[in-house]
Structure formats: structure tokens, C-alpha cells
Write a protein that binds this ligand. Structure first.
Ligand code: FES
Length: 223
């Protein structure tokens, strides 16, 4: 993957189970990540076209998501198909939630503008085990340098791009995907592939927690 990749990580795949949704921020914009009952992942603008309720507060029902407020139902293409207050109405095509391209790779959900080519992520492993997501009150650049300056023991950085940092150690590869939530907040989604023992994954999760604690205490000292 090159630094010009249009794909942005938005969640760990394991955190979005079938039939659930979650809201997130991407470059300051609200997005909903949801998975239908067939297991397909979707990323949309997190706003109902009716009165602006967050779609992430809604309910996934099969291959539809229903808005919490007045129950308008949207299909997997974002098209509104049913309005409970007008059950016989053929819903106009114009009532549609803006959608994004969404795919999964290396245990992470990625989004891009519609039409983006998922092959851009083909250098990443197809699947991976989740470690955890970290939410940091810092820029993406600061988050990447915090990772690089406190690597887990016996790991080294093997590659860095605008959206990922890759670490190698103990026969495993750790992918850290960097989500710009807004100008000052970043999420790091971590997964691991290779010779994974439970203990290794647990120690990586502990390292991630320790990283967050260290970053927070540094920020408090600086304040
Ligand atoms: S705001 Fe979503 S259905 Fe009314």
C-alpha cells in the first residue's frame, strides 16, 4: 500500500458484529460502520436524511438499518425503502444516505470514496487476529511517533505509510492502522498475524494500554 492510498481504517472487524452498528469520526466527519446479517460491512454518512438522527443509533434488521427516530428503513445501498408513517408510499429515490466504499483486510474495516479499488490493500494480509483499538487525543503524526518511540520489547518497525505502521517480532507481524478522527484525535487499530500465542497477543494488548497511559501522563505533565 502506498501513502497515496485512499483507504482509511475505521474499526477492528471483530468489534462490528453482524447486526450491529457503531458511530465513528473520520477527519472530523461522523460515519456509521455497520454489518448486515449476511456479514457484509457498510460505511455511511452517520445522518438520517429525514431529521438528521445518527444512523449509528438505529437498529440493524437483516439487510436493512432502521433509524431510531421515526423508523425509516434503509437498504444496503443507503436507499430508503420504507417509511412507517406512510406504509403504502413508494419512497422517492432521492431519499438516500450518502455511502462510501467499505472493505475488510487484515482484521480491519477500511473506507474510501465510492469507486475506490480494494486491490490497493492487497499487500496486507487477508485476515488477522485483533489486538485492540486505542483512542488518543493527539494528531496522527504524534500518534505514529509515540508508537515508534515505545515499541513492544523485541519488536521493530518494518514499514510505515500514511495509514499504517507495521512491526515485526517473535515471528509475528503487528499492523497498526491509523485513523484520523479529527485534527487532534487519532484511533489506532491493531491486529497481528503469524505465530500467535495467546500470551503474545495479551502482551501486545498490555503494551497498547501502557502506550495510552504513557501518552496521557505525558500530556498531563505538559499541560
Ligand atoms: S430522523 Fe430518521 S427517521 Fe426521522
Amino acid at each position: 500500500m502506498t501513502s497515496a492510498s485512499p483507504w482509511i481504517p475505521v474499526a477492528l472487524s471483530a468489534d462490528i458484529e453482524a447486526g450491529t452498528s457503531a458511530g465513528t469520526l473520520v477527519n472530523g466527519e461522523e460515519r456509521v460502520v455497520w454489518r448486515d446479517d449476511k456479514g457484509t460491512i457498510h460505511v455511511w454518512e452517520d445522518r438520517c436524511p429525514h431529521r438528521g438522527m445518527r444512523m449509528s443509533f438505529g437498529f440493524v434488521r437483516g439487510d436493512h438499518i432502521a433509524c431510531l427516530y421515526h423508523g425509516w428503513r434503509y437498504d444496503t445501498g443507503g436507499q430508503c425503502r420504507y417509511i412507517p408513517a406512510h406504509p403504502d408510499l413508494e419512497v422517492p429515490q432521492t431519499i438516500k444516505v450518502p455511502t462510501f466504499a467499505a472493505t475488510e483486510r487484515a482484521g480491519i474495516v477500511w473506507m474510501a470514496a465510492e469507486g475506490a479499488d480494494a486491490a490497493e490493500l492487497s499487500a496486507l494480509p487477508e485476515t488477522a487476529e485483533p489486538v485492540r483499538s486505542l483512542f488518543l487525543d493527539m494528531t496522527t503524526e504524534a500518534a505514529i511517533s509515540a508508537v515508534a518511540s515505545t515499541l513492544p520489547e523485541s519488536y521493530s518497525v518494518s514499514a510505515t505509510s500514511a495509514a499504517t505502521v507495521t512491526l515485526q517480532g517473535y515471528g509475528t507481524t503487528v499492523l497498526i492502522a491509523v485513523q484520523p478522527r479529527d485534527a487532534d484525535r487519532t484511533a489506532l487499530h491493531m491486529t497481528v498475524t503469524g505465530d500467535i500465542l495467546t500470551a503474545t497477543r495479551r502482551s501486545l494488548a498490555l503494551w497498547a494500554t501502557d502506550l495510552r497511559n504513557r501518552v496521557e501522563s505525558q500530556m498531563m505533565e505538559a499541560a
